[in-house]
Structures are given as structure tokens and as C-alpha cells.
Design a protein around this ligand. Sequence first.
Ligand code: GDP
Ligand code: MG
Length: 737
Amino acid sequence: MSLKIALAGNPNTGKTTLFNALTGSSQHVGNWPGVTVEKKEGLLRADKSVVVEDLPGIYSLSPYTLDEVVARNYLTKERPDAILNIVDASNLERNLYLTTQLLELGIPMVIALNMRDVLQSRRDRLDAGCLAESLGCPCIPISALRGDGIPAVVQTVLDAAHGKGTRMPHPIAFDAPVERELASVAVILKGKIAPELERWASIKAFEQDWEALAEFKLGKEDMAKLKAVAEEAEKRLDDTGSVAITCGRYAFSERLVGRCLAIKAAGALTASDRIDRVVTNRWLALPIFVAVMGLVYYIAISTVGTMGTDWVNDVLFGEIVPRWLDTMQERLRLSAWLFSLVKDGIVAGVGSVLGFLPQMLVLFALLAILEDCGYMARIAFIMDRLFRRFGLSGKSFIPFMVGTGCGVPGVMSSRSIENINDRRLTVMTTTFMPCSAKLPIIALICGAVFDGSFWVAPAAYFIGIASIIVSGVMLKKTRLFAGDPSPFVIELPAYHWPGVMGVLRTVFERGMAFVKKAGSIILLATVLVWFLSSYDFRMRQVDEKESMLCTVSSVIAPVFAPTGFGDWRATAATITGLIAKENLVGTYRVLYQPPEDGTDGGQANEAGRTEETAALQPAESAVEEEPEDGSDYWEDFRRSYTPLAAFCLLIFNLLCAPCFAAIGAIHREMSSPRMTLFAVSYQCVFAYAVSMVVYQFGRLFGAERHFGFGTIAAAGLVVCAFYMLFFKKTFKAEEDR
Ligand code: GDP
Ligand code: MG
């Protein structure tokens, strides 16, 4: 049987960085707590027969949150052969709280004192020998980020797991009165459970943590005895057992740190503190955040990334590949339908999605840099201040940040939120953030309709955040989600220069995931769209306007008329976006094929045009501008919508139900079909309402000065939202009266 080593420690101490170094795998390293929500397994590079488990970060072994339950169950039930406790040495005292608990599990343990580089830069001196002496287990200073100290850790933890040379760690001693009580508990347990578990079990009994004791399957009589002893002890100590134990742990950690750590410049401001004075300043924090994120999205979507995207779209998939396909066709002479499938379906659809890869890579890189250097953790802290004012917890902000990569891990990282109502609220709103799959939609609309205007991409990001806040405030007032926000503790890691390898790895992984998706789900979906838009219900190849897709979408399309994009193509694209959001772009690309001879182009364009664009631009222009090289195939898209309508199309698709994968994740986290249905319906209704309000008011105040039934309906929605936001009492307040 293989040996098992568990990597345990507080959140954000470098567990995953160390795990990657030990196993050579590439799990995501996040610079904020709550990223690893499930345990991850890997084989030790130095000895492939040893399994290493990366556990979710925990502050204690008391199961308050779902990820603490995962970690505790693993440690107490599966009992690894050794624990590698990773400690953030730059934050020693707080980290030792968990260490004192791990020592009691009766499992061989090694402590890795991580962030040695931070200590060195502060010129603090940590006496590892003194720590090892007091804790009864080897303590090895390392820097997981730089890779120093890793071989020593590997050797020591292997020895510990093999049971060579290392003693069992010795649990800490509490004050004499507490120890006396623990001794009387231990008497009852003696002989009934394995000796190495006695300490752990007696402390749990003293704390009256019956859930932890259940696994020892003690008899009823013994349990009753334990209970009586624990209750008496509480009376004698005039304190609950768990408070006495907690205080004991903190006092021990404080004394130990006092003995073993020499702080060079106590009270002096580090460079990190000085940056934080500005970045987390009461007044400056939010404007800086807005500026930073605005800049990130602007750079990725409107500047650097665009050049790459233009090349991929216009040259690679606009000229090179189609030309190559034409030459191949001359040789191979495929049947017309097959050639059309390949060229107009697969290459056009998948190519158009891949075209946005350069922009995405730039965004991934920028976000990874911001995260790794420590700024993102500050954002969570800043947002907590803002969110709390609205009765929400900053804890929810971490899923939102994870969600800018992909909604699925975003939704999953809600597990570190204790309060179930808050967790559900977070799960429901996480996918409002523009995930990377929505990026091609943003880039398409920004580029094709707004000429790469600077504000479009940042607007998408901030619309996501605003929607979360607005939804949060409204939903918090309902019976379903009422309650005080969870407390939020986050350590602000010292700023550090982003690791180049780490950033590149993140970019590569996310980029690869995107390419793989384009080659699988998106490919299948494009073929489906091509088929549905080329054939009618009697399986005859027809013009797209008689196709199945057009027939069905045209029935649904009028529903979207009040939001400005009531044409069948938008409807079809939105629906395929449920499979994967990138499909929206692929679908449009398949549906806007540049006509072969340029004669029926005008007609095809007119069909997709909303009434007001048709009025603004004469139809003939569509024919003559058909570009030779296909480089402007998004021209048709641009002509089909007014900028306002295109923006509303963007809003709707940013906020409506996410892709099926994310809906699946929502369902898993909600663990209730009714709540899932509620979440998805809410998202759709909210998206519809927001885009309708924007469209109707845009028309009213824009050049058109249009007023109609839609305007009244939109005004009604705004009044309702205002009432919910500012006047409705919270559910609890109503009950109290
Ligand atoms: P986890 O939450 O415990 O899994 O921690 P991660 O491995 O995700 O790392 C959290 C953050 O700490 C990342 O930004 C890492 O780059 C950073 N980090 C990890 N090890 C070190 C180290 O030795 N020194 C410094 N300065 N930063 C580190
Ligand atoms: Mg981790």
C-alpha cells in the first residue's frame, strides 16, 4: 500500500505552491483564501509510491465550513502516514493555532516554515530549532515560491511517514486546571480507543464536540459519563471547555513566538504596509480598484490583445485557412454539402471563437499578475467594506474573482462561506461576472460595433459587480436569504513580485482549456448550428431563412423585441450560448456567411436587421461593401444592430443563465432542484429586465426620442427596483414588529 502524506495549513500559506513543487503537478495557485475547495492528490516526484494530498486551507479543525469538514474528515478518518503542516512564517502566531491542533492527532508531523524569503526581507530571525524543540517535530524553513528547502522537506517527511527516527509530535500542555480536567476525561477513555488518539479524543470530549467523538463508537454509558464530567468541569472552570482550550492554544502560540522569533524592526512599516496605506485607503481604494480593473480590461480587449486577434481573425481564419481549403477542394472535390460543413460551419465557427484567444491570453496574464502579487486579496478586503454596507459579506467576493476565470470553480469556491443563505446568494450571483467564455462576446461587440471603444470591456466587468450588489441587496430582504452577513477574515499577504513561471503556467492552462473547449464542445455546437441553419424540417438543403433554426428562433425572437435584439439570429445565438458562451460568437459567424457572389447579400442582411437600423442605413450599402478577403465579415453583424441594441445584447448575455456546466455547478452547490430553478430563472429575469431598461431608456433619451409601451414597462421596473433597494424593510425587521 502506498504511503500518504497530507499537506495541511491555513489558507493562502503556499500549500498548493508546495504541492506543485513536490509532485510536479500544476494545480492552480491562488493568492487569496478559499481556492482549493476539494482535496487534490498527486504522486511525490522523489518517490512515486508516495501520495501527497493538498487539503483545503483551514484555520482550525472545528468544522465550521464545508472545506474544513473535508480537511478534518480526511485527517481524522483516513489518517495519513504523515502530516506536512505548512506554516506561513511571516504570520507565525496565527498559523500556530492550527498547528497546536494537528499535533494532537497522533500522526507523525513535519512543519514547513514557508515564506522564508519574506522573513529574510524583513530581516526577522526565526529559530527553527527552538520551535522544533517545543513542538516535538522537525521544523524546516523553506520558500515554496523560490524552491529552497524543498529537498530537506521531502527527506524529512518521507522519514516521518516511514516512521524512521522521528518521535510522535507532543501535544501542547494547557494550564494546570485544564490539564486536571483533561486527565479525568482521559481516565474514562483509557483502553477504549487507540493510545495515540487519546489526547485528541479527551480534548474533543472536554470541548463537548460530540460529532468528533461519534467516530470512536463509544458505548452509551461511556458517552454519558464523558458528558457528565465535561459539564462538571465547565462549572468548576466557570468557562466552556472550548473557550478554555482556545485560550490555551493562543496563549501557547504567543509564548512560543516570543521565544523563537526575533523581530528586527517591530512596529516599522514594511514596503507592503506603505503600498497598502494608499491602495486600501478609505477614499482612494475604490477609485484605484476601478482604475486598475478598467485598465486591465481596456488593455486586453481594446489594445494589445486586439492586434493578435485581428491577425488571427482576418489573416489566419480570414485568408490563409479559407484559401488553403479552396485549394484542397480543387484536389479532393468533396461534395458541396461536406465542403460547406467544413468551410462555413467548422472553420468559420471554431475559427471565429479561437480568434479571440490573443485577447484572452493578455487578460489571463494581467489577472494572474494582479492576483499573484497580492492585489486581488486587497480587493476582497476593500469590497468587504463596501459589501458590508449592503448587508453582504466580503467573503462572497472571492468566488466572484475566481469566477472571472470560469464560473464553475467560482461557484465551487463559495464553499468557504459558513452561512447557508449567504452561500446560496453567492452561488446565484457568481456567474454575473464576465467569465473568460464571455470574453469573445465582449470583444466582438466592442470591436465590431464600438470600434474598440475603451469603455465597453470595463463596463462589462462593472455591470457584473453592480448586478451582484443590486441582486444581493434585493434578495437579502426576502425571507429566503435574510440574515447577517458572515464575518470575513482575510490575511493580506505581503506583496511580492509575481512569479513569471506561475503566471505563464496559469495563462497556458487557461488558454489550453479554451482551445480544448473550442475543439470539442464548440466544434460540435457549430456543426449543429450549421446543420440547423442549412436544412429545413424535411431535411432539404435550403436557404437559412427557411431553415429549422430560423423557423424556431423566429417564434421565440419577438420575446426579445423590448430589449432591442428581437431578430432570429440573436435568439439562436443566445440559445446556443447556453451550451458554452463562446458559441454566441461562433453561431453568429456561421449565420453571417459572406455571400459567394455578392448578389443576395443585401437581402440576407435585411432579414436580421431591426426596424430602426433598416431605417438608418440604406440596404444597398450592404452589397457593395462585401470585402474581397472576408476580413470584414463582422460587418454584417454591425449593420444588424444599433449600438444601443448591440450593447443590450451584450448585457443580456452577460447576466442571463450561464452555460450548462455552470448551471450544473450551481445545482451541486444548491443541492436542491427548486433552488437551482429559482437561481436560473432569477438570472434570466434579471438579465431581461436590465437590458430592457437600458434599451428603452436609451431610446427615450437617445437620438430617437422614442416613447411607447416599452418605456412605461421599463419605468415600472425601475420603480420596483428602487422600492426593493431603498424602501423595503428587511425580512427580519418586519418580523420584529
Ligand atoms: P494555498 O492557498 O495555501 O494553497 O497557497 P498558494 O500555494 O495558492 O499560495 C498563495 C500565495 O502565496 C501565492 O501568491 C504564492 O505565490 C505565494 N507564496 C507561496 N509560497 C511563497 C513563498 O515562499 N514566498 C512568498 N513570498 N510567497 C509565496
Ligand atoms: Mg491552494
